[in-house]
Design a protein around this ligand. Structure first.
Ligand code: FMN
Length: 210
């Protein structure tokens, strides 16, 4: 069995979403491949429909292109995304948009087992709903959705929270945000949340049994 996992986690570090996707893959016990979308140069679907219609796989030549054949061949797929602007990231959306290549005459990935991962600082529901909605177009079999609410807004890294009244930190703490000193401990990790750790293990268990 081969499982491929994609994470739209933040560039330049192993964030919570990356580590959740990796953990689910590793705990599944199957042959796995992990792909960090931020490391690839690619775009969303450009509508070159004549290229994908016959092979039923995206043919747009860029870094993402080889992975569409791998998704088709994989026994299961894991997709993880942070929440950006109350929905899935453009990285995840652009990647999934090109699943359009599979939607000609029939859907070769119909019924394929998928596990979804969503991580956000404040709100998860709209992104989870959006991810389910777009993948529903491809009739995949969503075995499980693992969610992690980190309470880590990007402001913890940006360094300007003491002068900001529009960011996630101000939203969370109000005026008190301006007095907060961001410490290492405030960067929560899913591994320290027993419910999320159990959800990760349960998702991996589902994949173990495919
Ligand atoms: C551009 C941007 C927009 C964001 N918008 C939201 C949001 O609307 N809701 C939310 O809960 N978190 C939001 N966040 C916070 C991210 O979801 C959070 O940092 C994410 O969990 C990071 O995941 P990672 O650690 O796996 O990279 C946003 C972050 C960025 C960079």
């Amino acid at each position: 069995m081969k499982i491929i996992g994609f994470s739209a986690g933040s560039v330049g570090r192993e964030g919570n979403v990356d580590r959740m996707v990796r953990a689910i893959l590793e705990k599944s016990g199957h042959e796995v491949e992990f792909v960090k979308l931020a490391d690839l140069k690619y775009s969303g679907c450009k509508g070159c429909v004549q290229l994908c219609a016959k092979p039923q796989v995206c043919r747009l030549p860029d870094d993402a292109q080889p992975y569409y054949q791998k998704v088709k061949e994989a026994d299961a797929v894991v997709i993880g995304t942070p929440v950006y602007f109350d929905t899935i990231t453009a990285m995840a959306w652009a990647f999934i948009e090109r699943f359009f290549g599979y939607r000609h005459v029939d859907i070769p990935i119909s019924g394929k087992p998928f596990v979804l991962v969503v991580g956000g600082a404040l709100m998860l529901d709209s992104a989870v709903e959006q991810l389910h909605k777009v993948l529903g177009m491809f009739e995949v079999n969503v075995l499980d959705t693992v969610k992690y609410l980190s309470k880590v807004p990007p402001c913890f890294k940006c360094g300007r929270h003491k002068e900001c009244e529009i960011g996630g930190m101000y939203h969370m703490f109000g005026d008190a945000a301006k007095e907060v000193t961001v410490t290492k401990e405030m960067f929560t990790r899913w591994e320290d949340d027993s419910e999320v750790a159990a959800a990760v293990a349960a998702a991996a268990e589902q994949l173990k049994n495919i």
